[in-house]
Design a binder for this molecule. Structure first.
Ligand code: FES
Ligand code: FES
Length: 191
């Protein structure tokens, strides 16, 4: 039995500060497949493919459904690429600072902290955790929380992300330390 190939439509994506396209992308293709197959951006991981593990998380810097400004996490394995037309996307490749040749010269604070605290094992889930922690820190910079709420806030932010190596404790401890140690994220923090 043959299947009918899906129709293609032109799509321009804005990823990590660059425009890609117009690309001829099938209407039903998920963003993660476009990142991998059209753009060579393979840092975004394909895990369950069903919206459960969040390894495929990207950051979208647009309006959130409640009307407040992004950033927000979006699962690229269950979200069609055409949904992202006109929306600024960040993938894990965006976080480190690079030189003109594209080589990494400095990791982001989240990446460096995960490395310093041995937060990951195989690392397959790490891009999703990096994006989740980055979104959390950026949101807290806009709306600081009380110190008493840090533990629960970190738990809520990371809880949807699955790690098959079960390295949750070090992820959670590292992000909690980052929140407490980054000036301006906690109310009344004098640092
Ligand atoms: S690969 Fe997208 S949620 Fe698991
Ligand atoms: S470190 Fe291996 S899946 Fe999380």
């Amino acid at each position: 039995m043959s299947t009918v190939p899906s129709r293609k439509r032109p799509l321009t994506l804005h990823i990590n500060g660059r425009s890609f396209g117009p690309l001829d992308v099938p209407e039903d293709m998920m963003l993660v497949d476009v990142l991998h197959e059209y753009l060579g951006l393979t840092g975004t991981r394909f895990g369950c493919g069903q919206g459960e593990c969040r390894a495929c998380t990207v950051i979208v810097d647009d309006d959130t459904p409640d009307g407040s400004r992004g950033p927000r996490e979006v699962r690229s394995c269950i979200t069609g690429a055409h949904y992202f037309a006109g929306k600024p996307i960040r993938t894990v490749e965006a976080h480190a600072r690079r030189d003109e040749a594209g080589d990494i010269v400095e990791l982001s604070p989240v990446q460096q902290a995960f490395l310093d605290h041995f937060s990951f094992q195989c690392g397959y889930c790490t891009p999703g955790f990096v994006n989740a922690a980055t979104v959390l820190l950026e949101r807290l910079a806009k709306a600081p929380i009380a110190k008493a709420d840090v533990e629960a806030t970190v738990l809520e932010a990371l809880d949807p992300h699955l790690c098959r190596c079960t390295g949750y404790v070090r992820y959670y401890q590292t992000v909690k330390a980052l929140v407490l140690g980054t000036p301006g994220l906690v109310k009344g923090d004098a640092s």
